[in-house]
Design a protein around this ligand. Structure first.
Ligand code: GLC
Length: 394
């Protein structure tokens, strides 16, 4: 625990007393943290990467490493890592996914960031975890089909982690009911195209260049490449960051998705679509995006940022992915603000995330104006508030 940027540990005792028992209760064999014991009883890729960072902050280096190992356990020969692993229930959804034990799509590859955060805390991350994380990023950067504008294609909305974001609405024809959406998501699974090793590489029904998904690939690759000195990975990451930069739309104040939704729902101002702020080399884009996050007429909120811009017709602070504050997204935009040297935005987001987590009882998401809890509670990734509070010295 020699990392100089992690400090103020003793100042977040009440948050730690909320997070630690949840993490202990959510730990499962063979070594992972369930997002929630009843709603989400399996292992999710990006949740696990966030949990690894929280375990590191709870002082359990072994669990932090184990969490990443189990998330990577079903990695395919071309580097693909599935988004869910059904530990102990290997036949679950087998007919749906066409394979046992795991899903057939991925999720934001937060491995790069997680490995770097562990190392930053003085944890000796084993070489196999580092190598597998790099292979996962290489799969996405080299094997996945690209859009015309050079973004990495997302083969299913669930790959974004922002499952019901208004950004994907144009992929559903007709009325946007929950049933229509669920049926459509099943159809999209059937349309997946795989390489010879069974890794999903394209989907003609969903060739969406999500700026959110590409930003997280570019950022994780850049972070890991900086740690390992992998020049080829670094080059790929900055190439993708450059492609993202061309997607900035100054009139909207957001980055626009590439592909079939670019003139429709791919322009909706959602919080996950602000994630290119992590990597866009154009400082003016990043600064404007960060301003939006704390502007009360845009994403700004006492327990925010909001998940969708307040000016969007789809904004609904109480509906899943339509407006509530999400702790993992708050964490990521906090990282972006720190990376851009915007201490004002970073501090505002840190305070709002921390008080939202405490007031909502570590909920999965919450109303950005009132912190009224939404979704599952307690949710493991909300433990990221502990990481943020410590670093910010709250
Ligand atoms: C929901 C979220 C997804 C997350 C999962 C487990 O499906 O949309 O991002 O990984 O829950 O927490």
């Amino acid at each position: 625990m020699s990392e100089p940027t992690v400090h103020g540990a003793e100042r977040a005792p009440s948050l730690e007393s909320m997070v630690r028992p949840v993490f202990d209760a959510h730990w499962r064999a063979p070594g992972f943290t369930v997002p929630n014991a009843t709603t989400y009883p399996w292992q999710w890729l990006w949740d696990s990467c966030f949990c690894a960072v929280v375990w590191a902050d709870l002082g359990d280096d072994e669990r932090a490493i184990q969490e990443l190992r189990t998330a990577l356990a079903h990695q395919g020969p071309t580097g693909f890592v599935p988004h869910v692993t059904y530990w102990g229930d290997e036949r679950f959804l087998e007919p749906f996914w066409g394979r046992s034990a795991t899903s057939a799509i991925t999720q934001p590859p937060m491995f790069g960031h997680a490995v770097v955060e562990l190392v930053r805390r003085g944890i000796d991350v084993p070489g196999d975890v580092v190598d597998r994380s790099a292979a996962c990023l290489r799969f996405l950067l080299e094997e996945r089909r690209r859009t015309r504008g050079g973004l990495v294609e997302m083969v299913h909305p669930w790959e974004s982690g922002a499952d019901d974001s208004p950004r994907w609405d144009a992929l559903v024809a007709g009325e946007l009911t929950a049933e229509a959406w669920y049926a459509r998501k099943g159809e999209l699974v059937h349309a997946l195209r795989f390489d010879d090793a069974g890794a999903p590489v394209a989907n003609d029904e969903c060739p969406v260049g999500s700026v959110a998904f590409s930003a997280l690939i570019a950022w994780n690759a850049a972070e890991l490449a900086r740690l390992t000195g992998d020049g080829a990975l670094a080059d790929r990451a900055s190439e993708l960051a450059g492609a993202l930069s061309t997607r900035w739309e100054p009139e909207l104040g957001t980055w626009v998705d590439d592909g079939p939704t670019e003139a429709t729902s791919g322009r909706v101002r959602t919080l996950e679509a602000m994630l290119p702020a992590l990597v866009d080399p154009e400082a003016a884009h990043v600064q404007r995006a960060l301003d939006e996050l704390v502007d009360p007429a845009a994403f700004g909120a006492p327990f925010g940022p909001t998940g969708v811009h307040r000016g969007e017709p789809s904004y609904d602070p109480a509906t899943y992915w339509r407006g509530p504050a999400w702790p993992q997204l708050s964490y990521l935009v906090w990282c972006a603000a720190r990376g851009a040297g915007r201490d004002d935005v970073a501090l505002a987001v840190a305070e709002r995330l921390t008080s939202g987590a405490v007031t909502s009882g570590l909920a999965e998401h919450w109303d950005p104006d009132t912190a009224r809890p939404g979704g599952a509670a307690p949710q493991s990734w909300t433990g990221l508030a502990l990481t943020v509070a410590r670093t910010a010295g709250l």
